[in-house]
Design a binder for this molecule. Structure first.
Ligand SMILES: C=CC1=C(C)c2cc3[nH]c(cc4nc(cc5[nH]c(cc1n2)c(C)c5CCC(=O)O)C(CCC(=O)O)=C4C)c(C)c3C=C
Ligand SMILES: [Fe+2]
Ligand SMILES: [Fe+2]
Length: 344
């Protein structure tokens, strides 16, 4: 323990079940989907939807999906986040902890870990492992940490890293992580982002009159863009293609992982696989920058299910670029953000 240090670094990611047992998946899904920032309905409606429509079947189906991607050491999302924590710790002296919004390790246990290492903890640099703002990812993770600090009655200042979707160093890391794959003679590059309900965009819009109301809203300047997930994922894609010299017309954006019947951001990734294959795309390269660590949504939904859909529709090969995971440029980027803020 360094008695002079009063700082800690906390990385937060979404979280994952403790195991592939249906009971563990159920527990995780219940905590996840009962979050008012994920299913943004009154408590009783959310409870009804989760318990009567989702819990009877989803835990079993999701447990099967998790089994197909699970590693010997555990869930890829957790293992990769822990490896990232370790790599960042090798670059900075300030203690680095890892917390999850749902499941384990909780924000509380991560903060307790910092308290053990830093006697007089005064300031935490919070790094949400989400490049884009969404109420259901970035915002809920930040609020959870704020609430936990209050619950633990700590007098700790929180310095939160803003969404880094267009940060030059983040884009550099993304391009670096994809560089070998970009040498492939692919026909089309698809950016597939986790989707969110359209309603969430409108709800986040501070002007109340921009998102999905103005024609081509995400490309018309507005203060709404600070919290517009759709604008931010377009920016990431645009910055990426600029840096990687991908010609116009050779790439597009789609949204995956829809849940429920409400309209989510379009076009949907599964329908896009079919459309691209039917339009003659044989070799499809896929990038999924909403996730910094590989997880169920990339390893199962894209690599397994996605490849099947694409090939059934006439495509020949789908290659999915791994997430940033342990990429060196990414680790250096995180370390530089810590150091810039005095978390040496
Ligand atoms: C980019 C970050 C994410 C956003 C935004 C997001 C929104 C969102 N997700 C659901 C429902 C589910 N997502 C699930 C898995 C999952 N989601 C993210 C990230 C974002 N979700 C990740 C990284 C993962 C993988 C977790 C892992 O263990 O590997 C799941 C669980 C799996 C399943 O049953 O499909 C659900 C459910 C909603 C409803 C939502 C926005 C409203
Ligand atoms: Fe999700
Ligand atoms: Fe927008």
């Amino acid at each position: 323990m360094d008695a002079t240090n009063t700082n800690g670094i906390l990385m937060v990611n979404l979280g994952t079940p403790d195991s592939t047992k249906v009971s563990d998946v159920r527990k995780y899904l219940r905590q996840f989907l009962m979050d008012e920032r994920v299913i943004d309905k009154p408590y009783w409606v959310r409870k009804l939807v989760v318990e009567c429509f989702i819990m009877p079947t989803r835990p079993k189906a999701s447990a099967e999906a998790y089994k197909s991607i699970w590693w010997e050491e555990g869930s890829p999302l957790l293992i990769l986040s822990q490896r990232l924590q370790k790599l960042l710790q090798e670059k900075v002296k300030t203690p680095v902890a890892l917390g999850m919004r749902y499941g384990n390790p909780s924000a509380e246990s991560a903060i307790s870990e910092l308290l053990e290492k830093v006697k007089d903890l005064k300031k935490i640099f919070l790094i949400p492992l989400y490049p884009h703002y969404a109420m259901s990812s970035y915002e809920t993770a930040v609020v959870d940490v704020q609430d936990t600090i209050k619950k633990m009655k700590l007098d700790v200042e929180l310095d939160v890293l803003p969404p880094y979707y267009q940060n030059e160093k983040y884009i550099d890391a993304l391009v670096d992580s994809a560089k070998e794959h970009l040498e492939w003679d692919y026909d089309h590059l698809l950016f597939s982002y986790h989707g969110i309900p359209e309603r969430h965009l409108c709800k986040a819009d501070p002007t109340g009159e921009h998102c999905l109301k103005v024609k081509d809203c995400c490309h018309v300047p507005s203060e709404a863009h600070n919290v517009c997930y759709r604008h931010q994922v377009f920016r990431t894609s645009e910055e990426f293609v600029k840096k990687a010299n991908i010609p116009e017309g050779k790439y597009s954006v789609s949204f995956q992982s829809r849940l429920g019947r409400d309209p989510w951001l379009t076009p949907y990734t599964d329908a896009t696989f079919t459309k691209l294959a039917e339009s003659g795309v044989k070799k499809l390269l896929l990038l999924s920058p909403a996730f910094v660590s590989d997880c169920l949504e990339t390893l199962e939904e894209l690599c397994e299910e996605g490849a099947e859909i694409f090939e059934e529709a006439g495509g020949e090969e789908l290659r999915v670029v791994p997430c940033l995971n342990e990429n060196k440029v990414w680790v250096d980027t995180l370390a530089s953000w810590c150091k810039e803020r005095g978390f040496e």
